[in-house]
Design a binder for this molecule. Structure first.
Ligand SMILES: [Ca+2]
Length: 303
């Protein structure tokens, strides 16, 4: 594991220039040492007698070797005549390597707490993001899908074994998206998906009708809405283990917070999945219509 060193050096009054020359003489031999990633000398803008080395080494062993090099020894021998205080050396280990690590940690936290972290947490934690948060937040995306008579309104759908259906929520001659899975002495899963780019305040809304039927105690008929950003996250689901669950008229599902995936291009997946090791009777049917991913908070921020 790489190790970071911060070394603070304070020159005696009147010795600043001499200390600076001595420290600069260390740079070339140190940088040519094996295991030296960087070895950068700084001088305080507030106090010209303060110097700082910011160093990174490929390993603690490489650093230990450096500490025994003759060029460093020579400098240490002059310590008492040049420096006002002993060298102040601290070792550091990087705990956040990039933006992705932060997001991963937040994701774990969100899972533990069962809700997406607030914007405040996201902003505070986005240390090391190359693009400023404020700039990214200006990007706003809105997605609307009504499954018009000609087919989906948006590109990027992968309907697989789902179909467009004449059952319709709103609009003349418009369609809905229909998925059905029936068990076959095992598990059957069918997925329709679309590629969407999410704004930072993304909220999902859609309308659905469901028919879930589990024929026996070993069965499970389920419908899931999933965000896939490389791994799958269930954002809405309904499961029926035994017996009937039916939504015979359109049900509005709203306020599904996707802001945690804001700024990402993801797969929005609709999944019907039925498990029944004992029969072919269990099934899951779902009709989906009028999907909207809004960015409402973004709009109000711009007022
Ligand atoms: Ca429709």
């Amino acid at each position: 594991m790489a190790i970071t060193v911060v070394c603070r050096i304070k020159a005696k009054a009147g010795m600043e220039e001499e200390v600076k020359q001595e420290l600069m003489a260390l740079i070339n031999p140190t940088r040519s040492e094996e295991g030296c990633i960087n070895y950068d000398l700084h001088q305080s803008t507030d106090n010209k007698s303060l110097f700082l080395f910011y160093e990174n080494w490929t390993s603690k062993d490489a650093l230990d070797e450096h500490m025994n090099k003759p060029h460093l020894d020579a400098f240490k021998k002059k310590d008492s005549e040049l420096l006002a205080e002993p060298l102040d050396v601290t070792l550091w280990e990087k705990i956040v390597t990039d933006d992705q690590t932060v997001k991963k940690e937040l994701e774990i936290k969100a899972d533990e707490e069962s809700y997406a972290p607030s914007e405040e947490i996201m902003e505070k934690s986005e240390i090391g993001v190359t693009k400023p948060v404020e700039e990214e937040k200006k990007e706003s995306y809105r997605f609307e899908e009504s499954f018009s008579s000609n087919g989906p309104d948006n590109e990027g759908w992968n309907l697989n074994e789902w179909d467009l259906h004449d059952t319709n929520h709103t609009g003349e001659n418009s369609k809905s998206l229909y998925g059905e899975a029936s068990s076959n002495f095992g598990t059957v899963t069918k997925t329709a998906s679309v590629t969407v780019t999410l704004g930072y305040s993304a909220i999902l809304q859609y309308y659905r009708k469901l028919e879930l039927y589990g024929a026996n105690i070993m069965s499970d008929a389920a419908f899931k809405v999933i965000i896939d950003d490389g791994s799958e996250h269930i954002v809405d689901e309904k499961s029926q283990k035994l017996g009937n669950y039916t939504e015979s008229s359109w049900v509005e599902r709203s306020g599904i917070d996707l802001s945690f995936y804001g700024g990402k291009t993801v797969q929005l997946k609709f999944v019907v999945t039925v498990t029944d090791p004992a029969s072919i009777v269990s099934y899951a049917k779902v009709w989906i219509d009028d999907i909207t991913i809004s960015d409402e908070k973004q709009v109000s921020n711009n007022k």
